[in-house]
Structures are given as structure tokens and as C-alpha cells.
Design a protein around this ligand. Sequence first.
Ligand code: CAA
Length: 257
Amino acid sequence: MTYETLLIEQHDAVTLVRLNRPQALNALNSQTLADLIAAFAAYDADPAQRCLVLTGSEKAFAAGADIKEMSEQSFADMYGSNFFAGYERVTATRKPVIAAVAGFALGGGCELAMMADFIIAADTAKFGQPEIKLAVTPGMGGSQRLVRAIGKAKAMEMCLTGRMMDAAEAERAGLVARVVPAEALVAEALKTAATIAAMAPLAVLAVKEQVEAAFEMPLSAGIRYERRLFHALFGSQDQKEGMAAFVAKRPGVWTGK
Ligand code: CAA
């Protein structure tokens, strides 16, 4: 499958999705959203694909939603079409997604990176929610996910001033899992993805579901939910294999069953 705004590479069980609108610093237009919806649906549906890395270019992960496309839209256009709701397909993805961010991740770009399960940043990465400078607000989850990722004070400051956060600050604040040299970004993200892709598939799905539940549920309900998923894995062949392999001091071999 080929896409107008994405480049896809398969690295064994790891799918690399590269945003590819260099002329617009990967600004996210309707075509990009349509392509992302199709690519993420294909990833989720294919058992041979086990982890996805989403990246951009050296200069920009994505410089935001496409301002040129939005500039003439009316309230009726935006509200009537529920503009940006299509990104819920990205966050509905059941399998793991890593964002590998170099350069600008601004507005919708920062928000798209935060839709991933975690972010690995190049030392050149710059995160920001500059929508306020356009007389609008974040619209793809930034005001919600940024608060959960870095707390109210920094999120409020960033959304109210539009200032950018560099990679070192993003790591200190907990927005990114780690920072790597720009030239090693994609290789490091692929290596991390390969590690995840080698784990038992049902356990990987369950971990993602558990951690996400922490953002949706009160603590006691989340802990009960976690425990039920833990119990459920004892119905899998891979749990028997994983624990038997540990006792026999050999690597486990997974069937995904
Ligand atoms: N939408 C559309 N086009 C964009 C764009 C965007 N978000 N960001 C950059 N571009 C285009 C520029 O218009 C320019 O195109 P032309 O050559 O045709 O003029 C091209 O990409 C290169 O950009 P610059 O010349 O501006 O590059 P720079 O290196 O001087 O500056 C930048 C880089 C600081 C990222 C600057 O491009 C910029 O500020 N971009 C906009 C950032 C922004 O405001 N993002 C938020 C968008 S709104 C949003 O995302 C809403 C939401 O919550 C989802």
C-alpha cells in the first residue's frame, strides 16, 4: 500500500511510518489524516506487524495542523464535520506505537506525538502548543494530554504563551521517555520497537490497555482492572511457555495464543 503523505518501511515485525510533506514541514492536512487512519488500521489488522514507529523528518516531526487548509473554515464547517475527530483512529490502535521526534513537534504535531504510547526524542526536538498565537487553542488533545504528561503549571504556561520546550526540558518534565542524538533517532526507535515486537503479543496488548486505564479510571478501579487482565493472561499458551522457559533457563517462543 502506498500513501500520498506517508512513507512506510517494514523492518521485520516493526512498521516505520514517516510523515512525508517536506514542503509544509509535515503539517497535518486532511490527506495526512486519511493516510494515517488507513495506515494505523492496516497495522492493527496485520498480525505480522507487532510495533509501529511514527516519525517525521530531521527538521520537523510535524509543524502542526495545516494552517492554510484551516484558515477559511467556519464554525459550522469545523463543528459540523467534527474536525480532528478522525485522530481517534490513531489513539484506538491496540498495538504499541512509538513516536520518534526530531525537530519541530508543534500544535497538532506535538499532539500527534502524544497520541503515541511513548516518545523518543532527538536532541534537536522542540515541542510546543503555539495555537494561541493563531487566536485558537489546541484541538487534537494537547490541553488534556500535555497536562497529564507534564502537569498543569508547564502545560498551562506552554499553551498560554506558545513557547517551545527543548528535548532536555521535555525529558526532565516527563514528556519523552528518553533523548538520543539526532543521527541515531530512527535506529534507536527501531531497536526499542524490535524489543517490544519480540515480546508475547497478548501481554503487549494487555500492558498497553493497563497503562491507558490509568488515565481513564480511579486508582482502585484501575488496580482491579490490571489484576483481571493479569489473571486473564493465565488463559494463554504464551504464559505457560514464558514461565516454563524461565524455569528451564531458555528463551520463550511465542505463538500469540
Ligand atoms: N501549516 C501549514 N503550513 C505550514 C505549517 C503549518 N502548521 N508550518 C509550516 N508550514 C509551511 C510554511 O508555510 C512554509 O511554506 P511556504 O514555503 O509555502 O511558505 C513551509 O512550511 C516552511 O515553513 P517556514 O518557512 O515557516 O519554516 P521556518 O523554519 O522559518 O519556521 C516553524 C518553522 C517555526 C515551525 C514555522 O513554520 C511555524 O511557526 N509553523 C507553524 C507552527 C504552528 O503554529 N503550529 C500550530 C498549527 S495549529 C494546530 O496545530 C491546531 C491543533 O491543535 C491541531
